[in-house]
Design a protein around this ligand. Sequence first.
Ligand SMILES: [Zn+2]
Ligand SMILES: [Zn+2]
Length: 448
Amino acid sequence: MSVPPLVHGPQQPADLLLRDVHVTDPRSMLDARRDVSVRGGSIVQIAEAGSLDGDGEQELIEGEGRLRLLPAFVDPHVHLRTPGQEHRENLQTGTRAAAAGGYCAVIAMPNTDPVLDAAPLLRSLRDAAAREACISVGFLPAITRGLLGEQLTEMAELRREGALGFSDDGRGVQSAGMLRKALQYQRLCGGVLALHEEDETLSHGGCMNEGVVSAALGLSGIPTVSESTMVARDAALAGYEGARVHFQHLSCAASVDAVAEAKARGFRVSAEVAPHHLLLTEQDVRGLDTRMKMHPPLATETDRQTLIAGLLAGTIDCIATDHAPHARDEKEVPFEQAPMGTTGLETAFAALYSGLVLTGVLSLSLLVQRLSDGARLFDLPTPLIAPGAAANMTLVDLDAVWVAGEHGWESRSENCCFAGQALRGRVMLTLCDGSVVYRERAFAMAAL
Ligand SMILES: [Zn+2]
Ligand SMILES: [Zn+2]
């Protein structure tokens, strides 16, 4: 690749002393109270808590042994809606929402208007991100032109222009022959093929998971096999071609089984799961709240438990929000007509911390790892709290209780499935590539 894969807007290198913060970074083998000194955007020293004094030039942040310093998160699956759908989100608001959620990097999907499927558009998007994005952004252009599944994009050229890989997200690649061709090109030009798995002959017309709840509500269902049969098909194809694929937003038990089998056979596959599939089920659709309408849909409790087990076992490699903003008037329609998707960047950490860590299902350190393991899958540097590393960190208050959306959102959209829920764990400060890119409002006041 001839250009750097991630871009962000102009930044100011931070000079900070984070005094007596509890650092939790499993990759650095750190889980203890420390002083962390940042100069010129780099972590220069990590010392015993209370042993470092600021020199007056550094901003001093007192952690009082209470605030947690975590490696910042990396989301391999977000929709920034630009170009063409800026009434839902843009590079500025989308990356600002990510920073508020503790993220230092996100990977944007190509189902925009026009579709990101050619080099000139990738170039102009990267230029725009270099002006407007407050955190690092990478792009996955489309696998097929216009997401139509008929003609491959110029994958080699797109790779030279900085594509991290390719995805037809929003749609599955329906033709096995077309996907096989893409896999053959992937082997030649590198990058990851990220797959939204859906057999449209099975899912067509459905608006929620097919099962007891869809029957009770009288809504048309999407059977989980529309996803899992495609995961199995594409894992087999990837194995046959020796190519590299990443399965996006797994939503059901059978898909987890298919990925486990592919991994056991040594195929080069990885997978992600979204917070909403880890925390919610089809039961949450009963109220017909359109914020609960996602793609793939929320499935059963058994599916949810299998996804959690897959995440614990490493069958599922990372957590991705699939942040999918929609304007209020687009979502304020009857359930059947509403577009699919929930926002997720601002709530991912708190929702998972409240729902899985505080309940003893997942350890904090595993959650932190899975929230940034997406980086490794796309050959990006993984945020690390260690001397010499660029500061990609987030400071959180694990005791803070907040109601999601109560004070509005950084995102341009508000279609969050966790809106109104009381969550524990609040991001106070985020650093991306050495610069402070987010301060929580109350925290910004206190810091003055
Ligand atoms: Zn998708
Ligand atoms: Zn998506």
